[in-house]
Design a protein around this ligand. Structure first.
Ligand SMILES: Nc1ncnc2c1ncn2[C@@H]1O[C@H](COP(=O)(O)OP(=O)(O)OP(=O)(O)O)[C@@H](O)[C@H]1O
Length: 827
């Protein structure tokens, strides 16, 4: 690059262009009086200056013709660059990025972007200056520069990306090196997103194609035990081994302190004391940062016994924490870590989150759940790496040609015994992580990140093949269209559509036909127990299925029977539906009726169905009378409504019945429902989860009943926010004193609890007054009147007189189901 001062002196156009730039900046300030990044200045704002360029550089004119045009363009680009750098340097030398004057730099960059798009300067010029700007600013300043880049991203990356991509990549990577992943995680994310959005998905520029490992990331730890030393003085942070003594290899600490001789074999059986475990544990970091060292059998043996010892210690730590409730789960991830040598090298100390490796901290660290998880994820990744060396894993990528040999390690194989160990260890880690309180979800996140990463690794093995689908040929398109049409066209109807009974007898003459119609099999619902046997037979057949095709057929048959059984069961065993988590196991509906929600009376079905059958959510303070009103509704409109019972992970209290007071489930079952996003609302109280399963309500609706859900204010809010379609009713006490009296009368509550309930009630009442949150607010003063108001709302006042307790039209059902309804009618 030519030196600015020399060119300035030698090339008069530089001076002229500096003047033009300054004029343009003055003009910019008049058209954009704000001091903010937005709005961007565009070509139209700089038009008067663009037309002046040919007067400085004749070659800039579109009509210019010369055989030296190319070299003249080169000179123009150099002069524009020098002028731009001159103006840019004087601006950033005199104005702080925090000052409002700094808008001039944004304006200059906007002008350069216009110049670049009009091919009046080097396409990369803007990014060269941005690179310098980033270099000259603190991380806070860089955030502002990124605000600018993000707001202009589409515009500045639209043209000539090829010339720009190198400098973008360099600036972003430089910036990332300066940022701490732990402390500036959000900013790092912004930089990555900027890169992802600027470069096409399949761009290989930043791919580590040679499969190099970050060997400088060496973890140091204390080699010898010295009880007399002051722990605070000794506290060490593992350092980037940029120091010459490391030479890229962690010679010093990791190997010396660890002894993996035969005597140490017992580590897998009983826990080591922390002093013995300390060097073994930290030496694992060496394998985590340099997995290829595991190709050496001795090193692999070290890794294996180190992992075994670590797992035993972790399992012990977990057991201890469980037995001493409230064990130290506090995070000890420090906010700021000091550099061991006190060197003023911010870059190296900020690059990666570090571990504190002091002996004194070790016990605390392994007592910390988050720390243990960190280590186990590292181990998980390494085990996956090892398993990628098995013959089975290799077979999966065998047909990829050409392979990127740098990441395949073709000559290295993992033996059967080691592979078995690695699989066993992976399972052990999985079980360990999942056993923690929110471990199930945490592990799912880890699993999905790792599985995505495997996709990228495969892409690397494929030498980063272009990520694009070949266009569909017209012939393929036409074929697909024709077969879609074929599939969508109505086929000829079968003489006996699937599932319907033959009607041939109709030809046999009236009397005989009528007799046949009386056959109970035509109108009676089959007995639920029949399906039990048939489903059991299907299960048996499944066990003996010879191939996938047979299995699928049997599964389909089972699904059909299961569906029919559920349809029959919905009449009497609705509460059991909440206990079904897997369609393949519906045994619960075949169990004795006594353990279901519905009482025999509920089947008498002499209530009236409202026109609006949306679920009803009843909210209100504790003790206001919600349950009383719901009981009245269930009693007076039999068979029409169904109360939704919440799920909980706590155990039943004395007298509580599963399925009546709560559905008592274990955390895994609860999490499965949560994971499926089936909870309408959920909360955690005293360490136990509670939630309302939307599926229970859906099943009830499907069974033709109107679900009634009792929720507190937060639950109601959650249901509303999730867009749940329901009718929202608030039951209000006549006043706080009455509520207090009811609470004191009905429950044996401590004074403090009562006061808390009353405070919440006050807030609930205030909130119920806010516009349109509830569809109706009913004051429960006189119980009978409150009930009437509720019933009127449910049935809608215009229809309230129209024979409450009368009969509604039957629910739309298939013929078989209707048959039973008619048979059971008792009005
Ligand atoms: N209108 C009323 N007048 C007097 N007492 C009433 C009235 N309505 C309900 N009660 C009584 O108030 C007490 C609390 O009623 P209920 O259990 O139905 O309240 P709740 O809102 O369901 O309470 P929670 O939210 O704690 O379950 C009961 O003893 C009930 O008989």
């Amino acid at each position: 690059m030519p030196s600015a001062t020399n060119l300035e002196r030698e090339v008069p156009q530089v001076d002229q262009f500096v003047t033009l730039l300054n004029d343009a900046l003055n003009h910019a300030q008049s058209v954009k009086p704000t001091a903010t990044i937005e709005p961007p200045l565009t070509k139209s704002h700089f038009e008067p200056f663009l037309v002046q360029i040919p007067t400085i550089f004749p070659c800039a004119s579109p009509t210019y013709e010369s055989e030296n045009a190319v070299s003249e363009r080169g000179r123009q680009y150099a002069a524009v660059e020098t002028a731009a750098r001159t103006v840019f340097s004087s601006l950033i030398a005199s104005i702080s990025i925090d000052s409002s004057e700094f808008v001039q730099v944004w304006n200059l960059l906007d002008f350069l972007s216009v110049l670049s798009d009009s091919e009046q300067c080097d396409p990369a010029l803007l990014f060269w200056l941005v690179e310098e700007l980033l270099d000259s600013q603190t991380v806070d300043g860089c955030r502002k520069i990124f605000d600018f880049l993000e707001s202009r991203r589409e515009r500045i990356t639209a043209k000539n990306m090829k010339q720009k991509q190198l400098v973008i990549l360099r600036s972003c990577n430089d910036l990332l090196r300066r940022l701490s992943r732990a402390e500036d995680a959000a900013f790092c994310g912004r930089v990555f997103i900027f890169m992802f959005q600027s470069f096409p998905l399949g761009d290989r520029s930043s791919v580590n194609l040679r499969g190099e490992y970050h060997v400088e990331n060496v973890t140091t730890f204390e080699e010898t035990v010295d009880a007399s030393e002051d722990a605070a003085d000794k506290m060490e942070v593992d350092a980037e081994a940029g120091t010459p003594k490391d030479d890229g290899k962690d010679t010093k600490p990791t190997t010396k302190a660890v002894s993996f001789d035969a005597k140490n074999k017992s580590v897998s059986e009983k826990p080591l004391d922390t002093d013995a475990l300390y060097p073994i544990f930290w030496s694992l970091q060496h394998f985590f940062s340099q997995p290829t060292t595991l190709f050496d059998t001795a090193q692999l043996a070290k890794f294996k016994s180190g992992m075994e010892a670590t797992m035993v210690a972790f399992e012990m730590a977990e057991k201890l924490q469980r037995s001493t409730k409230g064990g130290d789960e506090s995070k000890i991830i420090p906010q700021k870590r000091k550099n061991p040598e006190g060197e003023d090298d911010l870059r190296s100390s900020n690059n990666n989150p570090k571990y504190l490796t002091s002996r004194e901290l070790f016990e605390l660290e392994i007592g910390d759940l988050y720390f243990r998880r960190h280590i186990l994820i590292q181990a998980f990744i390494i085990l996956d790496f090892l398993l990628s060396l098995t013959p089975q894993a290799r077979a999966k990528i065998a047909n990829i040609t050409p392979q990127n040999r740098s990441v395949v390690y073709g000559d290295k194989n993992l033996g059967d015994e080691d592979a078995q160990w690695a699989r066993g260890m992976k399972d052990r880690i999985t079980a360990y992580i999942q056993a923690e309180s929110d471990g199930y979800f945490f592990f799912r996140v880890v699993e999905s990140v790792i599985s995505r990463d495997k996709g990228w690794v495969r892409w690397k093995v494929e030498n980063c093949a272009p990520i694009e689908r070949p266009p569909v040929s017209p012939a393929e398109f036409n074929d697909a269209k024709a077969s879609a049409r074929r599939l969508a066209t109505n086929k000829r109807l079968r003489p006996t559509p699937m599932g319907s009974l033959p009607l041939d007898f109709m030809k046999e003459g009236n009397e005989a036909a009528m007799e046949k119609l009386k056959d109970p099999a035509r109108w009676q619902l089959p007995d639920l127990s029949e399906f039990k046997k048939k489903i059991e037979n299907d299960d048996l057949d499944l066990d003996f299925a010879r191939n996938e095709k047979d299995k699928l057929q049997i599964l389909e048959a089972k699904a059909s029977k299961t569906w029919r059984a559920l349809r029959i069961a919905r009449r009497a065993k609705l509460s059991a539906f909440g206990k079904i988590d897997d369609w393949q196991n519906i045994d619960v509906i075949f169990q004795d009726q006594s353990d279901t929600e519905e009482t025999p009376e509920a089947e008498t079905n002499n209530g009236r169905r409202p026109d609006d059958t949306k679920p009803i959510i009843l909210s209100g303070p504790r003790g206001v009378g919600k349950s009383t009103l719901v009981s009245m509704l269930l009693d007076r409109q039999k068979g029409v409504f169904g109360k939704i019972i919440r799920h909980t992970t706590r155990s039943p209290k004395e007298g509580e019945v599963d399925g009546q007071d709560y559905h008592f489930v274990d955390p895994k079952a609860f999490n499965t429902i949560l994971d499926g996003d089936y909870f309408l609302e959920f909360n955690n109280e005293d360490g136990f989860d509670y939630g309302t399963n939307r599926r229970t309500a859906d099943a009830m609706e499907e069974a033709g009943k109107v679900p009634i859900i009792q929720l507190d204010r937060q639950g109601t809010q959650a249901a509303k926010e999730s867009g749940y379609s329901a009718r929202f009713v608030f039951i209000s006490p006549p006043n706080i004193e009455d509520l207090e009296a009811r609470l004191k009368k009905s429950e044996d509550l401590a004074e403090e609890t009562i006061q808390n309930i009353l405070n919440t009630a006050q807030e609930d009442i205030e909130h119920s007054k806010s516009d349109q949150f509830y569809d109706i607010v009913i004051t429960n003063d006189n119980l009978e009147e409150a009930y009437k108001e509720l019933e009127q709302f449910i049935y809608n006042s215009t229809q309230g007189t129209n024979g409450v307790n009368g009969h509604d039209a039957p629910v739309e059902e298939d013929v078989q189901m209707n048959d039973e309804t008619n048979g059971g009618e008792n009005s």
